[in-house]
Design a binder for this molecule. Structure first.
Ligand code: ATP
Length: 240
């Protein structure tokens, strides 16, 4: 039996006459940590939105192999989306009075090492702490798939490093399948066990349709072992 949880088949996505994704095929196994890298406008976020079922492909299909596909995915955005008038705990539980929900929220705050910050408000948190709250909130529905769109872009290098470790740790503990969009190749190399490069469309298709210059296609898939620091040439060479 296949172990894949996400199957993207022959996906094309057009916005009017702009081709954002061109014939993308991708199969992701349960528990994999995927990094999606590539040039700006290459279709990374578009692919993530299709997988999250926030948008539909123009053609092709995105299949999620799970019994509870509705509660599968959660985004963690780059921006701080915490509601400033709610405490950290309420941001997770949406002020629910339900004891179980509150307990779950507190457990997740403990998981992201912010157990003592439940009563704080977002203006009392650092950028890294806000991102950890956002991560905890993303986990509230017990997702099986975590979709991260440039979550760490605004953080300083040290905080970013710590967050990378925390995310990896949580993904392992919660047995999550994760897709991380990042511009940072080092980050991709550090975190992912598979790196997918969305490449610029420089084939004849582009000549036919100049507007499709950035149409996202899966370029290179590099498999590597989780946790290793990448100093292998292949990924960089192919990115250059
Ligand atoms: N809702 C939309 N309507 C029209 N065009 C869109 C829409 N969303 C994305 N696009 C276009 O589709 C292409 C791919 O965009 P997308 O945001 O997926 O790229 P990206 O690789 O995530 O870029 P970046 O790295 O800059 O975030 C771009 O040309 C973009 O302008």
């Amino acid at each position: 039996m296949s172990n894949s949880i996400i199957n993207v088949k022959n996906v094309n996505k057009k916005y009017d006459d702009l081709v954002a994704l061109h014939d993308v095929n991708l199969s992701i196994d349960r528990g994999q940590f995927i990094a999606l890298v590539g040039m700006s406008g290459g279709g990374k976020s578009t692919l993530l939105r299709l997988i999250a079922n926030l948008e539909q492909p123009t053609s092709g299909s995105v299949e999620i192999n799970s019994s509870d596909s509705k509660s599968l995915t959660r985004f963690m955005f780059q921006e701080d989306r915490l509601l400033p008038w709610m405490s950290v705990l309420d941001n997770l539980s949406f002020s629910s009075k339900d004891k179980k929900t509150k307990k779950h929220a507190q457990e997740l705050l403990d998981l992201v090492e912010l157990g003592d910050y439940a009563d704080h408000f977002s203006n009392q948190l650092s950028g890294g702490q806000k991102q950890r709250v956002a991560l905890a909130r993303a986990l509230m529905t017990n997702p099986k798939i975590l979709l991260l769109d440039e979550p760490l872009g605004a953080l300083d290098a040290l905080t970013r490093h710590k967050m990378q470790d925390l995310i990896l740790d949580i993904c392992k503990k919660q047995d999550l399948t994760t897709i991380l969009v990042t511009h940072d190749v080092e980050e991709a190399a550090r975190m992912a066990d598979r790196i997918i490069v969305m490449k610029d469309s420089t084939n004849s298709y582009e000549e036919d349709c100049p507007k499709n210059r950035n149409a996202g296609q899966i370029g290179v898939v590099a498999d590597r072992v989780l946790g290793e620091i990448l100093d292998e040439k292949p990924v960089r060479k192919q990115l250059a």
